[in-house]
Design a protein around this ligand. Structure first.
Ligand SMILES: *Cc1c(COP(=O)(O)O)cnc(C)c1O
Length: 428
């Protein structure tokens, strides 16, 4: 019998030439099973797969597509930029404009450097923190993701406040021996770690609203304690806002929490779907970077003129008055609708959102750390995922990922999603 499923055909073809058939692991549907959808095009809140089936998209390229796909003002800016030129390896005025636009919205930053991916930005911020403090130890939290730099691919060792173990083959244990991995939202453990290692810590890196263990907020007290302990011990507080920056609000997670980090790492939304990321902070720290200072960092495509055009056009749209209020309201109506649908079908369900980012769990209460997230019922989540997929709703194909609503999602899209979810909940 001929195979008519074009997604399946493409997946087989892809697997012959690309490891696992994908260029980033979570796309492979390994956690949920089944065939990944190969996207042929997208517009607004939707994309279409290789069989021309339409899906309401709650991933939005894992965050960047906050305006929805193909926003006319962004498309126009990109088209204009492409005609001017793709890349020069020399500075452009648009890089200054984008830097100025970001600094105006994130007052914790006085200077910013543009790079091409969140991984690169986090890795560079880490090097800068070490260079600026002259220290080598760092803290990260279990369940937070900061890209795939060696020193950050690490999980907790056994016991309290111990140094970590690599989570990937190819990362020698020596490379993560200066990375201390702690439990999210655990204040006593944080205090113990600073008591033991505070004087040798270069930085503490955190997703202050975590979006890589589904959606988990740092409690106000925990975030505040991170700030105080860093200040007290001369360590830099680094907010990884690659996901939350310009996504949870116009001033990021730092604006939501009212906490000023020393360094901020950005990505995703600031590129509007193009490869663009950044890291920034106070002038005295940022001036440690080459060519001005001794901390080396560089990039052939950094500040790419097409990417900066896309990012600038996106920033212009999201800075319009009322943008985040409307987005947050829409995201809340999705989350509230899902909660009611789950309750009506007797399915344990907890959910939360901030701005255009949300998370839900098949649990009775919102988890506070990675261990609690991982107590979710994976098999049940997978049935929910496929049930929604069959009904034309595309959510993250793994229970440890957050979800994203764009300005292009309509109340009708959300109502249809909630109705689809209720049907699936009934069959769980
Ligand atoms: C996505 C993400 C990264 C990595 O960014 P890439 O552009 O995928 O390299 C880093 N940190 C956080 C918080 C992210 O969500």
């Amino acid at each position: 019998m001929p195979n008519t499923d074009r997604n399946q055909q493409l997946f087989e073809r892809a697997r012959a030439v690309i490891p696992g058939g994908v260029n980033s692991p979570v796309r492979a549907f390994k956690a949920v099973g089944g065939t990944p959808r190969f996207v042929s095009r997208a517009q607004g809140a939707y994309f279409w797969d290789a069989d021309d089936r339409r899906y309401v998209d709650y991933i939005g390229s894992w965050g960047p597509m906050i305006l929805g796909h193909g926003h006319p003002a962004v498309v126009e800016a990109v088209q204009r930029a492409v005609v001017e030129g793709f890349s020069y390896g020399a500075p452009t005025e648009r890089e200054i404009e984008l830097a100025e636009a970001m600094l105006a919205l994130l007052p914790s930053m006085e200077m910013v450097r543009l790079v091409s991916s969140g991984t690169e930005a986090a890795m560079s911020a880490l090097r800068l923190a070490r260079g600026a403090t002259g220290r080598k130890y760092i803290i990260k939290f279990e369940g937070c993701y900061h890209g795939h730099a060696d020193a950050l691919l690490v999980k907790a060792g056994s016991g309290l406040a111990t140094f970590g173990h690599p989570t990937s083959a190819g990362v020698p244990p020596e490379v993560v021996q200066h990375t201390l991995v702690l439990e999210y939202n655990n204040i006593p453990q944080l205090e113990e770690a600073f008591a033991l290692h505070g004087h040798e810590l270069a930085c503490l890196m955190i997703e202050a609203i975590a979006g890589n263990m589904n959606f988990v907020r740092a409690s106000a007290a925990f975030a505040q304690r991170c700030r105080e302990l860093c200040t007290q011990h001369g360590a830099l507080l680094v907010f990884d806002e690659v996901m939350t920056g310009f996504r949870v609000g116009l001033h990021g997670a730092q604006g939501v929490l009212g906490i000023t980090p020393d360094l901020t790492v950005l990505g995703k939304v600031i590129g509007g779907g193009m490869p663009l990321a950044a890291f920034g902070g106070p002038r005295a720290i940022m001036e440690q970077l080459a060519p001005q200072g001794p901390v080396y960092q560089a990039g052939t495509l950094s500040g790419n003129p097409v990417a900066t055009a896309c990012g600038l056009a996106t920033l212009k749209e999201i800075a319009r008055p009322g943008f985040y209020e409307a987005l947050a309201q829409k995201t809340r109506s999705l989350v509230d609708g899902l909660k009611s649908a789950a309750a009506a079908e007797g399915v344990p369900f907890a959910a939360d959102s901030e701005g255009g980012m949300f998370g839900f769990f098949l649990l009775d209460a919102l988890p506070q750390n990675y261990g609690a997230v991982m107590k979710s019922d994976g098999a049940r989540f997978n049935r929910l995922f496929h049930g929604l997929l069959d009904r034309g709703v595309y959510i993250a194909p793994a229970l440890y990922e957050a979800g994203f609503v764009s300005a292009a999602h309509s109340e009708a899209d959300i109502a249809a999603t909630v109705a689809a979810a209720r049907e699936v909940f009934a069959s769980l």
